[in-house]
Ligand binder design. Sequence first.
Ligand SMILES: Nc1ncnc2c1ncn2[C@@H]1O[C@H](COP(=O)(O)OP(=O)(O)OP(=O)(O)O)[C@@H](O)[C@H]1O
Ligand SMILES: [Mg+2]
Length: 225
Amino acid sequence: MTSVSACRELVVEYGHGDGRVRALDHVSLDVAPGERLALRGRSGSGKTTLLHALGGLVEPTGGEVELEGRPLATLDEEARRRMRATRIAYVFQGANLLPTFTGFENVAFAIRAAASPDAPTDPLMLLGLVGLAGKAEHLPGEMSGGERQRVALARALGQHPGLLLCDEPTGQLDSDTGARILDLIDALQREFGFALVTATHDEDVAARHDRVVELEEGRVVRESA
Ligand SMILES: Nc1ncnc2c1ncn2[C@@H]1O[C@H](COP(=O)(O)OP(=O)(O)OP(=O)(O)O)[C@@H](O)[C@H]1O
Ligand SMILES: [Mg+2]
């Protein structure tokens, strides 16, 4: 079966000259449709960089990235933009909502951008799935961190993604709220069947996934099922 995202011998470097940093050092990884994968490692080990690379957001210094079997290098800007809008969704640590848009508008915007025939079209239904229909008219600044994270999830679902990338989805939440967000992601993953890749430094968060890939200094050092 075609991977939803894959990288082969991926090298990513930032900066120039003496300041050059190798964030990923020959990483090869396949994300199968519907699988739940955790990327674990200390701060600076390359988790976010790998997450971005799997979403086609990073230009590799070396090696290759494939999105749904298509080499990133062969996709032009428009094709990449469409893949990112329609097939790949992100939930970032700080939720990254549009601050001047309400919860409803944040979700509606993602649905419009995805314009996928299979995508859910009702922002209120999606906000209902994450238990936030009552906050639809609130701005992100009028919500708690956990509520913003749930709007970010509803927004991601609006894209009907084949792949959901979560960067420290519970990093800024207390442990109870964090656990509720993770339960919600699990439930939505079972219902919608997207592949899930979660970057986390937290062993307990990682253990909730089917497979854990451990990074150290930009290299995969361990993999456990
Ligand atoms: N835009 C950038 N410019 C220069 N170096 C960067 C940039 N982004 C990341 N790096 C460096 O690349 C390496 C990997 O960073 P990355 O953000 O992928 O780590 P991480 O595992 O996500 O860390 P954290 O747990 O702190 O989020 C680090 O050494 C970091 O300093
Ligand atoms: Mg990170």
